[in-house]
Design a protein around this ligand. Structure first.
Ligand SMILES: [Zn+2]
Length: 363
């Protein structure tokens, strides 16, 4: 990553501010409203922010769910029981949002269901957003700080003996739910703030920015992005690449930067960082593999008929340099072509009724 040189930039900024103060003053009578009006709108916007974040997370989880579940057999040891729900309480909300969360979303120190993934065990068990979790496995459900994490830990720990019995309150009415689990690839799905069009994987998680959520034109395209990052994790690219980079003489700091900044993201535009040439040439191959394996993940998760290669045409329009640049990623034309070829290969396998696993290189 190139960092701006603050020492150089500051005097220029200071001079600009002085000039503005000297010659520019507003001359129109702007209606600014009262403090009370602004306070009401502040609450309205906070409410909107929470709703928006819930719906973005809900979309991300809904699209990721079939990818993580259907591909569990290809995730090696990285497999865990999953349920397809998110829970929350006041502790999961930033302080300034707590009053709105209390009044408009009925949040308290008790856990409630935030979202349920369609087709998941939670959906099948009949859980619904807003259900308050009262008891889990016969014991009082966790409350207050870290309750969400504790709840997930307890759910996961108790699934060995079959479905978990949850007692919930729906509009104050008690309800008993038997919640089963499904096998899922053991990677967290994280919605990241920020307008950058980016997604990346760190071996344990898959991060997608809100910028990417806005860029994709369909859930199929979002699935393409998640499948690519899932492939990085499932194929162990993070470790392999780290080893490669070390062998190439790249220091630890650069490697950290590379991973933190999403050096193997889906867009060439955001990879402008100093990397050893050996690591970079290897990186292109890993990117190609993540694209290729990702296409199998898509098919296995039921996104097979989707038209997704156009994603790379639009990425080219977003960042024309990516048409030629082959720095850490394949070029966008290469990626488009490979996806079309992989799709044809997979369609043939579906027709022939052979297992949907990526072709291996000859030993
Ligand atoms: Zn990648």
């Amino acid at each position: 990553m190139k960092h701006p040189r603050m020492a150089d930039a500051l005097p220029i900024l200071a001079a600009t501010l002085t000039l503005l103060a000297a010659c520019a003053a507003p001359t129109t009578a702007v209606p600014i409203g009262t403090a009370a009006m602004v306070a009401v709108e502040t609450d309205a916007q906070r409410q909107y922010v929470i709703k928006r974040q819930i719906s973005e997370r809900e979309r991300l989880h809904r699209v990721a769910w079939p990818l993580l579940a259907a591909n569990a057999p290809l995730c090696g040891n990285d497999v865990r029981p999953a349920f397809g729900l998110t829970v929350w309480n006041l502790d999961n909300v930033a302080d300034e949002f707590k009053p709105v969360a209390r009044t408009d979303f009925s949040l308290s120190d008790r856990l409630s269901v935030q979202s349920v993934v369609p087709g998941s065990p939670s959906d099948a068990a009949g859980l619904r957003p807003g259900d308050e979790i009262v008891r889990i496995g016969g014991q009082t459900a966790p409350r207050g700080r870290n309750a969400s994490q504790e709840f997930v830990d307890r759910l996961t720990a108790t699934t060995a003996d079959g479905p978990v019995v949850l007692e919930v309150a729906r509009q104050q009415e008690p309800l008993t739910i038997e919640l089963a689990s499904a096998k899922s690839c053991d990677y967290g799905i994280v919605l990241e703030d920020g307008g950058q069009i980016n997604a990346y994987a760190d071996g344990s998680n898959i991060m997608v920015t809100r910028g990417m959520m806005r860029f994709v034109e369909s859930d199929d395209e979002l699935a393409l992005v998640i499948a690519h990052e899932l492939a990085h994790n499932a194929m162990g690219h993070v470790d392999s690449k780290q080893q490669n980079a070390v062998a190439g003489g790249v220091g630890g700091l650069l490697i950290d930067l590379l991973f933190a900044a999403g050096g193997y993201d889906t867009g060439g535009a955001f990879t402008d960082m100093g990397m050893d040439v050996g690591a970079v040439s290897y990186s292109v191959e890993f990117e190609q593999e993540a694209d290729y394996v990702g296409m199998y993940f898509l098919e296995r998760a039921g996104f097979g008929g989707a038209t997704v290669a156009d994603f790379w045409r639009r990425m080219a329009a977003e960042d024309p340099g990516s048409i030629d640049e082959r720095w850490s990623h394949p070029t966008t034309p290469e990626r488009f072509i490979m996806i079309e070829l992989a799709k044809a290969e997979i369609e043939q396998k579906v027709q022939d009724g052979v297992p949907l696993v990526p072709n291996r290189r000859p030993e």
